[in-house]
Design a protein around this ligand. Structure first.
Ligand SMILES: C[S@@+](CC[C@H](N)C(=O)[O-])C[C@H]1O[C@@H](n2cnc3c(N)ncnc32)[C@H](O)[C@@H]1O
Ligand code: SF4
Ligand code: SF4
Length: 300
């Protein structure tokens, strides 16, 4: 991370903590909800299957930038399906950087060739070993690893949503992140139980067991892009929600925190690690502040 970016984030953090401000720093744009997969745990694919036009996405980027957002995620649906007016997701990343966003990340299922060197991180969803990943995501595991091997940059971070199907695969995914060329780290979430996928939710005891594994792997030196101090809050679901420093833009609609904010009761069962990490950070939790500094400087 550049020193100037670090200073910007540090200043934002201090102001937010001291003055309890609610301004956003992290924004996500859903470029399309169209997807080539229909994963067992996912409730957000192909609801409209609209690929949002280039001008609209550009306007959304501008709007987020003007609000003060400096960490931008492109998400979907499948982001690599986004194409419009001869532009691709790579063009959006380049333009976001030119606009002044300090960190630009893309979330993808990894089933398309990966040529995105300008992104700070490519969060590539990997949901277990071959067997369990394929149960959740269809027969995609081998194609994904082929794409990772041929990727033009080493900015890939695995992104695993832990649920009833793959809860015993955490160690395997950590080791795979450590041993795979072009992969920098792995970042976890717990399944967030939308009404149509409640059966995949983990109990408190199961979350505790998963966190014990994550902590053990951290101790072993596995590259895990999460904060140890946030894990107890994720087990107990006692972190503050929603995250006011995060916003999501989908088809012109701006939501605080996630597109899931309208699902009644879901925030009480939120499994997104970034929500725990960011809300605790901006409440001034000192352990989180120092861990966040170390983790971000290591992986971005
Ligand atoms: C919705 S997908 C969009 C990007 C891309 N299609 C992909 O799969 O990475 C973004 C991430 O959300 C995760 N996800 C989907 N539904 C979830 C849920 N209910 N709880 C937690 N994570 C979920 C996916 O596994 C994926 O890592
Ligand atoms: S690839 Fe991503 S958007 Fe598509 S179904 Fe799976 S999790 Fe959902
Ligand atoms: S806190 Fe609520 S809105 Fe935010 S990601 Fe979690 S469930 Fe979604």
């Amino acid at each position: 991370m550049k020193l100037s970016s670090f200073i910007h984030f540090a200043t934002f953090g201090v102001k937010t903590i001291l003055f309890r401000k609610r301004e956003a720093i992290l924004g996500t744009i859903i470029v399309t909800d169209k997807c080539n997969l229909s994963c067992k745990h996912c409730s957000v694919n192909n609801i409209t299957a609209i690929v949002h036009p280039y001008e609209q996405v550009k306007d959304e980027m501008k709007q987020l930038y003007d609000m003060g957002v400096r960490i931008l995620f492109f998400c979907g649906g499948e982001t690599f399906l986004w194409q419009n007016k001869g532009k691709t997701i790579r063009d959006l990343v380049i333009e976001a950087k030119e606009m002044g966003f300090l960190i630009v990340n893309v979330v993808t299922n990894g089933t398309y060739p990966i040529d995105l060197p300008e992104a700070d991180l490519i969060l590539l969803s990997l949901d277990g070993d071959r067997e369990h990943h394929n149960i959740i995501r269809g027969e995609t595991y081998d194609r994904i690893f082929d794409n990772i091997a041929r990727a033009t940059s080493d900015n890939i971070c695995f992104y695993m949503a832990v649920n009833q199907i793959n809860k015993d695969c955490i160690e395997h995914v950590c080791r795979t992140a450590r041993d795979t060329k072009n992969v920098r780290a792995v970042s976890f979430n717990f399944h967030t139980p939308y009404p149509d996928t409640r059966e995949l939710a983990l109990s408190k005891e199961e979350k505790q067991a998963c966190c014990d594994t994550i902590k053990r792997m951290m101790k072993e030196g596995a590259p895990i892009f999460n904060l140890k101090s946030a894990l107890p809050y994720l087990v107990n679901n006692n972190f503050p929600t929603p995250c006011y420093q995060c916003v999501v833009m989908e088809n012109g609609k701006l939501n605080v925190c996630g597109r899931c904010i309208d699902v009644p009761g879901l925030c009480d069962e939120c499994g997104y690690f970034f929500v725990a990490e960011y809300t605790l950070l901006f409440r001034g939790n000192l352990k989180i502040v120092f861990e966040m500094l170390g983790t971000y400087l290591k992986y971005i």
